[in-house]
Design a protein around this ligand. Structure first.
Ligand SMILES: *[C@@H]1O[C@H](CO)[C@@H](O)[C@H](O)[C@H]1NC(C)=O
Ligand SMILES: *[C@@H]1O[C@H](CO)[C@@H](O)[C@H](O)[C@H]1NC(C)=O
Ligand SMILES: *[C@@H]1O[C@H](CO)[C@@H](O)[C@H](O)[C@H]1NC(C)=O
Ligand SMILES: *[C@@H]1O[C@H](CO)[C@@H](O)[C@H](O)[C@H]1NC(C)=O
Length: 394
C-alpha cells in the first residue's frame, strides 16, 4: 500500500474512533482545555488544614519539580472557614487556622507561579458541617472568591435540602461567570444525577463517582464507574473519578501505578492527594512520570475506554494526537496468563505495524508489532504503551 493510502486509512480509522462524541455545549470560560493538574488537601489531611500547610505544600510543589511537570493548582478542601458567616453574610476564613486570610494565601501561592483553589458546597452546610454552604449565597461567595484571587472552585453536594442539583449548581456557575475572574469550576455532585449529561454547561469537570478511598477496590470501582461516561469528556469538560490516593500508603506501588495510569488515560483531573512535603521516591516516580502525564494532557482530549475484558484481564485504549494509540493492559486479579490488545479492539487498521513505547519502563521495544500486542502482566498491575504506526503491510 502506498504512503498516501496508508495515511488516508489512518485518518479514517481515527475519525471513526472519535465520532462518538456527544455534542454538548461547554462552559464558555476557556479553562480546562486539558485536564487540570494539581493538589488537594482532602485525601491526606481531611479537616486538619491550615495556612502553614498550604504554603509548605506550594513550596514543595516547586521544590520537588511537580509544578514544572504541570501540577499548578493548590486546592484547599473543606474546613477552611469559620463556622458562621459574618454579619453581612460573607464567608470568613477560620481565624485560628488561616489567620492571614485567603487573599494573602492566594498572593503567596501566585508568587510561586501556582494557582489557588477553594471549596464550597451547593447546600446549606459543607460535608464536614464545619462551615456554611453557598446555597442562597452564591453571588456573595463568587464575588468573595474572585476578590481573593481564587482560580478553582470545588463545589460539593452535601446538606442540600433534597433540592435537585440542577436547581442548585447553575446559580453558582452564573455567579462565577459574572465575576471578572476566570475560575475553573469543578462540580462535585458524586455522579448522582449523571452530571456527564448536563455538567458541561455548568463546569469544567464533574464527579462521576462517590468519594474514593485509599484501597484497590475503591480505586478500580471508581475507574469503572467513570469509564461509562467516556464519550462525554472533551477539552473544556472532563469526567472526574475523584482525586488521587497515590502516596497515601493504602495500596502497593504496582496498584498506585495502575491508579495513575487509568486516571491518565481516562483524562481525569490529576489532583495529588498525598503529603507532597514528604513523598517517597517511589511516589514521586509515579506522579512525576512525564510520559504518562503527556498522555493525560494530550491535546486531542479523548477519554480511553475499556475495549475488552477477559475475566480479570482488561484492555483499555484510546486515541492520542498524531494517530497514536494509548493502551493499558490491566490484570485485576490472578486469572488468565497473558493479555492481548488486538488492533480490531483498539482502533488501529489491520496490517498496521506499530512501534510500542513502554511508558513505565521508558523504553521503545525493539521489534515492531502488527495485529496485536501481547504481554505478561502481574497481579494488580498494568502495562502501558503508546503505539505509533510506522508502516502498513499488504
Ligand atoms: C497545620 O496542619 C498540619 C497538617 O495537618 C499539622 O501537621 C500542623 O501541626 C498544623 N500547624 C499548625 C500551626 O496548626
Ligand atoms: C473503601 O472503599 C471500599 C470500596 O468502595 C469499601 O469496601 C471499603 O469499606 C472502604 N474503606 C474504608 C476504610 O472506608
Ligand atoms: C513522612 O513519611 C513517612 C513514610 O513515608 C512517615 O513515616 C513519616 O511520619 C512522615 N513524616 C511526616 C512529618 O509526616
Ligand atoms: C495476573 O497476575 C497473576 C498473579 O501474578 C498471574 O498469575 C496471572 O498470570 C496474571 N494474569 C495476566 C492476564 O497477566
Amino acid at each position: 500500500m502506498d504512503k498516501q493510502r496508508f495515511q488516508l486509512m489512518l485518518i479514517l480509522a481515527f475519525a471513526m474512533a472519535t465520532t462518538d462524541f456527544v455534542k454538548v455545549e461547554s462552559l464558555a470560560n476557556g479553562l480546562g482545555s486539558t485536564p487540570p493538574m494539581g493538589w488537594n488537601s482532602w485525601n491526606h489531611f481531611s479537616c486538619q488544614i491550615n495556612e502553614t500547610l498550604i504554603k509548605e505544600t506550594a513550596d514543595a510543589m516547586v521544590s520537588t519539580g511537580l509544578a514544572k511537570l504541570g501540577y499548578q493548582y493548590v486546592n484547599i478542601d473543606d474546613c477552611w472557614a469559620e463556622h458562621d458567616r459574618d454579619s453581612q453574610g460573607y464567608l470568613v476564613a477560620n481565624g485560628r487556622t488561616f489567620p492571614s486570610g485567603i487573599k494573602a494565601l492566594a498572593d503567596y501561592v501566585h508568587s510561586k507561579g501556582l494557582k489557588l483553589g477553594i471549596y464550597s458546597d451547593a447546600g446549606y452546610r459543607t460535608c464536614s458541617s464545619e462551615m456554611p454552604g453557598s446555597l442562597g449565597y452564591e453571588k456573595k461567595d463568587a464575588e468573595t472568591f474572585a476578590a481573593w484571587g481564587i482560580d478553582y472552585l470545588k463545589y460539593d453536594n452535601c446538606n442540600n435540602g433534597d433540592l435537585k442539583p440542577m436547581e442548585r449548581y447553575p446559580q453558582m456557575t452564573q455567579a462565577i461567570m459574572s465575576t471578572d475572574r476566570l475560575i475553573f469550576i469543578s462540580l462535585c455532585e458524586w455522579g448522582d444525577m449523571h452530571p456527564a449529561t448536563w455538567g458541561s454547561k455548568l463546569g469544567n469537570s464533574w464527579r462521576t463517582t462517590d468519594d474514593i478511598n485509599d484501597s484497590w477496590e475503591s480505586m478500580v470501582s471508581r475507574a469503572d464507574q467513570n469509564e461509562v461516561y467516556a464519550e462525554y469528556a472533551r477539552p473544556g469538560g472532563w469526567n472526574d473519578p475523584d482525586m488521587l490516593e497515590v502516596g497515601n500508603g493504602g495500596m502497593t506501588n504496582d496498584e498506585y501505578i495502575v491508579h495513575f495510569s487509568i486516571w491518565a488515560i481516562s483524562k481525569a483531573p490529576l489532583l495529588i492527594g498525598c503529603d507532597v512535603r514528604n513523598m517517597t521516591q517511589e511516589t514521586m516516580a509515579i506522579l512525576g512520570n512525564k510520559e504518562v502525564i503527556a498522555v493525560n494532557q494530550d491535546p486531542l482530549g479523548v477519554q480511553a475506554k475499556k475495549v475488552r475484558m477477559m475475566g480479570s484481564a482488561e484492555v483499555w485504549a484510546g486515541p492520542l494526537s498524531g494517530y497514536r494509540t494509548v493502551v493499558v493492559l490491566l490484570n485485576r486479579s490472578v486469572f488468565a496468563a497473558q493479555i492481548t490488545a488486538h488492533w480490531d479492539d483498539i482502533g488501529i487498521p489491520p496490517n498496521t505495524y506499530v512501534q510500542a513505547r513502554n511508558l513505565w519502563k521508558h523504553i521503545t521495544l525493539e521489534r515492531e508489532f502488527v495485529g496485536k500486542l501481547r504481554a505478561q502482566v502481574s497481579g494488580h498491575s498494568c502495562k502501558m504503551y503508546i503505539l505509533t504506526p510506522v508502516s502498513q503491510s499488504e
